[in-house]
Design a protein around this ligand. Sequence first.
Ligand SMILES: [Zn+2]
Ligand SMILES: [Zn+2]
Length: 348
Amino acid sequence: MRTTTGWQLDGGTLRRAPLERRDLRADDVAVRVDYCGVCHSDLHAIHSHPAEGAGPLVPGHEFTGVVSEVGPEVTRFVPGDAVAVGNIVDSCGACDMCLRGQENFCATFPTLTYGGTDRVDGTVTLGGYSREHVVREGFVYPLPDGLDPAAAAPLLCAGVTVWEPLRALGVGPGSRVAVAGLGGLGHLAVRLAVALGAETTVVSRTPDKAADAGRLGAHSTVLSTDETQMATARGRFDVVIDTVAVPHDLAPYLGLLRLDGTLSLLGHLGAVDLQVMDLLVGRKRLMSAGSGGRPATAELLEFCATHGVVADVEVLPSAAVDEALRRLERGDVRYRLVLDLADLDRRP
Ligand SMILES: [Zn+2]
Ligand SMILES: [Zn+2]
């Protein structure tokens, strides 16, 4: 075993702790983790982690860093390469989803970057709130030159979660896209839709976020609490990317769609109330998606390097992880907090 240091849940709080990483297998890459984004899933995992009977929890599943060592069969990376890792680190590789490059939907469930079960030794995977991770080569992505490693980290979870539906729906020049909810997912959806050439509108409940929309590149904004603005926007959009994380009425967002338009629900993943008539009139579709397969993740990173798209981030030393989680919980983030893990090299 190799040892590293990370932030592990202990009595309801993340505490600095020594962690074990496996010795490199033939196709493994050891990554020195430099920056790891703080995702809503991390908060959810901490809150839902049972006090007893569960394995260790080290959150973090969107990170960038540098290759420190490679196994003997690794062909795509050498020590010193800048790389990125997202929220899955393995999959069966044989099911229909995997064969179609959608490892994120693997029929046997993908191995999650943390809180998953390693497919070889059965241990619980530990995430990127740590100074080193060991990952199969196939789930490590080259970080293209020109992408700031801290600002690129959120592309690996938040970014690819909005990228896949935008691509699957063929968003490009001539498309009209509305993005509802301007947070970690939403602000990247705006930047990516604009970079894809779509006419892009932010739908927000608060006027101050609407002001931010223009800075992110949006062409217009609609205040969802203003009935006149919502009525004017009715029937205008091909795609609504809905990143609102709390339960909400879908009818106003379906109303924004034109014929054959699609509402992509990415933020709230629980039960929804839906009147089928709101779909019927205009032959509208409701879809969801989450995370990304390997081809889409690699494509996203290249696209972002070409178009200069990264997240708006605030970088904090990893020792401030508690503060970061508290701020995320109360929505005090514009638009992604990223932990700098370098402080783990120093003695506490
Ligand atoms: Zn995430
Ligand atoms: Zn599979």
